[in-house]
Design a protein. Structure first.
Length: 388
């Protein structure tokens, strides 16, 4: 679940972190009132989007008057911002954050995230703020420092001092850096984050520190208890994945051409592996689950066939809790209602397999049946190869 910069900054501010004053606007009409509220007519207009690199893409504009603020806001709202992360389709801008301008002396980088290998939260620091951190890690890894605070404790003073020194901060700046680091570390945990990244953390002309940009990602597993952050659970997901989730289906779109409908995540993985073994590539991962309704199976089928890359489909069901005949009825029903334009291979085994096969055989549809997973994967791979 991702948060927009303006939502993230509201949380940072609440946590007592130094964030520039700002107002979000969704229409140009709101700009004059926002400027009055901020008490200044100069600042930065920032396009709100779940992507970095907005600066380079023209999504961040410095304005010097109320007229300019209005002009830029009009420009930004409704524009399509294209960055390295969004890809060529870009992302439509629906909100602009107007913020008091900062005079920047230095740009630093601070992030809190999880190091899975170490099973520990990691603090990532760099004096090269404002840049693409992956690039820094690639070209000048010595300009990045990782610190590992002990679980369940505050960040100790010596660790904060080590970080400040690495960033070239001394005296009062080192003190406020320690305070910022501690607050970010707590906020990361309180909000179930997977990433809390400040890039840049700036040293301004008055010598103070200020958090100028923020990426705030919350672990999807905790989305249910972080709803009031305003985050978007579907940010960055393929629309078909969002649709699938509504029906309790675990669907992940891939870039191959064989659609897969399987029950059980393990069997779905094995099915994809076996397809790959026969030299073909799966178009998706799909686990219909152990207790999917006929309606969900129909939906699954619709989602698979709506993928333009799909040239053939393999249904691989091991009936357990989910009996074969229910899947079979779902498949037949879906084929009849959506119309099947690609070959379909079906392998059924387990609970009610006899009834399931009967449903398929008496359906009058041109389906290929397979005896086992290997047979099914081979048949579907050969069908697709024959088309090339
Ligand atoms: P991003 O490009 O999406 O990461 O957006 P940021 O908010 O990080 O802004 C990109 C860059 O714009 C920053 O690294 C700064 O160099 C610059 N910038 C952003 N806000 C201000 C500001 O208030 N004053 C000045 N002078 N530059 C700013
Ligand atoms: Mn940034």
């Amino acid at each position: 679940m991702k948060l927009h910069e303006y939502q993230a900054k509201a949380l940072l501010r609440q946590a007592g972190l130094p964030v520039p004053r700002g107002e979000v606007v969704f229409t140009a009409e709101e700009v004059p009132a926002a400027l009055v509220k901020m008490g200044t007519n100069s600042g930065v207009a920032k396009a709100q989007a779940y992507t970095g690199g907005r600066g380079k893409a023209g999504g961040i504009k410095l304005y010097k008057s109320a007229d300019e603020a209005l002009t830029y806001s009009k420009q930004l709202i409704g524009m399509t911002l294209v960055t390295k992360q969004t890809g060529p389709d870009g992302v439509k801008i629906e909100a602009v954050l107007l913020e008091e301008a900062s005079v920047i002396k230095r740009e630093l980088y601070v992030a809190v995230t999880l190091d899975r290998a170490r099973a520990n939260i990691v603090l990532i620091l760099s004096p090269e703020g404002g840049m693409d951190i992956e690039e820094v890690a690639d070209k000048t890894p010595e300009r990045i420092k990782k610190l590992y605070p002990a679980w369940g404790r505050n960040i100790d003073a010596s660790m904060a001092a080590e970080g400040a020194k690495f960033l070239g901060l001394e005296g009062e700046q080192a003190k406020s850096f320690a305070d910022i680091l501690e607050k970010l570390y707590r906020l990361y945990q309180a909000k179930d984050c997977s990433l809390l990244e400040i890039n840049p953390l700036v040293v301004n002309d008055k010598g103070g520190l200020s958090l100028l940009d923020c990426k705030f990602d919350i672990d999807d597993n905790a989305a249910y208890r972080q709803k009031d952050t305003g985050g978007d659970e579907n940010a960055g997901k393929d629309p078909s994945e969002v649709e699938a989730a509504k029906y309790g289906l675990s669907y992940i779109k891939l870039d191959g051409d064989i659609g897969c409908m399987v029950n059980g995540a393990g069997l779905a993985m094995a099915t994809m592996d076996t397809i790959a073994h026969f030299g073909a590539t799966p178009a998706n991962f799909l686990d219909v689950g152990g207790s999917a309704s006929e309606e969900a199976v129909t939906k699954a089928f619709e989602i698979i066939t709506s993928d333009k890359n799909v040239k053939a489909i393999l249904v691989n069901i091991f009936g357990g809790i989910m009996p074969c005949d229910r899947i079979a009825r779902g498949v037949v029903g879906a084929v009849k209602s959506t119309g099947l334009k690609v070959p379909l291979v079906v392998r059924l085994e387990g609970t009610n397999v006899k009834e399931g096969k009967e449903v398929i055989e008496t359906s009058g549809l041109a389906l290929t049946s397979a005896t086992d997973l290997e047979d099914g994967a081979r048949k579907v791979a050969e069908l697709v190869k024959g088309m090339k």
